[in-house]
Each structure stands twice: as C-alpha cells, then as structure tokens.
Design a protein around this ligand. Structure first.
Ligand SMILES: [Fe+2]
Length: 211
C-alpha cells in the first residue's frame, strides 16, 4: 500500500472494551516505561477485514498492545524475516489531549530502526521499542523521498515540537488522530512516530504480511 488508510468507526465499542480488558489481564513486557503485551486471542481478528480493504490477502504475523506516556521516536517496523510490511494501529483509549500519529512520506526499505536523533542512543534505547536505536536522523541515512527542505511549520509546531526541528529536515507526512474504534493502516517501511503527548494512551498494533 502506498498511502495511509483510515477506517473510521469500524470497530464496535464492545470489542474495544474487550481489547482493554485483555490488555489489563495480560502479562506486561517492559512494565513501568512502555507496557506492552501480546495481542492474545485477537492476533488474527482483523485478517479478513484488512484483506478485504486492501483487496489482497494479508495475515497478521506480529503485534502487541502498548501503553505509554512518552512519545515514540521516528522509526520503521519492517523485518524481512517476517515480511510484516502492513501496520494496523488500533487506538483503544487515551487521557488528556487526543494523541496524533504521524506517518511520514519518507521510506526506509531496510530492517527496522529507530532514529534517536539528538538523544544518546544508549540512554534513549529503552524508549525505542523493539527496534534497534541508531544515531542521528533520517536525512542522514539512505532514506527514500526526502524533500531536501525544512519540515512544514504547521506539522512541526502542532505535532512534533518535542523534537528538534533540524532533526526533521527533509520530512513530510500525514497527521492521523488516535481515535478509538478507527483503524489506521499504513506501510511500515514509511517512517512514523507519535506526536507530542501529555497523557497516557493504550493501543494495539498488528503487523501483516501479504499472503
Ligand atoms: Fe511502529
């Protein structure tokens, strides 16, 4: 898939509550900083729906619940041994201001990484999720579709001001909203990150391979 797709109000409220319940009753990985948990019995709950939307068969191969109150840095999720190139972000709940989720136009076709930008890689590594943290910024890497311009002022000021503007040089993208009952679908070789955040959010992320 090329462009992100938002499936509006596609998940019934009851299912959202069941997801939240499953997360609350599951063993947590990384407790304290970034609570994650396995998707459990819902791992394949969206295979048919997403295959229908994309008009091609997809199967979930990885995923997790995540609950956090710190922003995720720009990263990708693709792992060649899984072929997990389509991401579904399933927002479940949030407190305070509605979080946003930024999907950049720029692509990284290699194994998934998290750009730790001006932060120290070792210190920030624990916030970088399952990914390998790397030094520096996407524009310093072999990233495709860099704009060769400063990031747009509105995109930066409204959603990404917790990062340094110069670290986002060459980036452009789409703002999506963390709206429970929606599904956000995108190619996970597109670099993506959360917005600045002032509350706690809980979501489910599932990753699909073609076939
Ligand atoms: Fe991701």
């Amino acid at each position: 898939m090329n462009k992100p797709k938002i499936l509006k109000k596609i998940i019934p409220e009851q299912r959202i509550l069941r997801h939240i319940n499953e997360f609350n009753n599951s063993d947590k990985r990384h407790p304290g900083t970034m609570n994650t948990a396995d998707p459990g019995k819902y791992m394949h709950a969206y295979d048919d729906l997403i295959s229908e939307v994309l008009k091609t068969k997809v199967t979930a191969v990885s995923g997790n619940y995540y609950k956090h109150d710190i922003p995720y840095m720009p990263h990708t999720d693709y792992k060649s041994h899984l072929g997990n190139c389509v991401n579904a972000v399933i927002p479940l709940s949030y407190t305070k201001n509605q979080p946003r989720f930024i999907i950049f136009d720029q692509m990284w076709k290699y194994e998934s990484v998290t750009w730790c930008m001006h932060y120290d890689v070792k210190v920030f590594g624990r916030y970088c999720g399952v990914n390998t943290g790397v030094k520096g910024c996407p524009h310093e890497y072999d990233v495709e579709y860099l704009t060769n311009k400063e990031i747009d002022d509105n995109l930066y000021n409204d959603h990404l001001s917790h990062l340094k503007k110069e670290d986002l040089f060459g980036m452009s993208g789409t703002v999506t909203y963390f709206e429970p009952r929606d599904i956000i679908l995108f190619n996970n070789q597109n670099i993506h990150c959360t917005s600045s955040i002032n509350g706690v959010k809980l979501g489910l992320s599932l990753r699909f391979k073609y076939g």
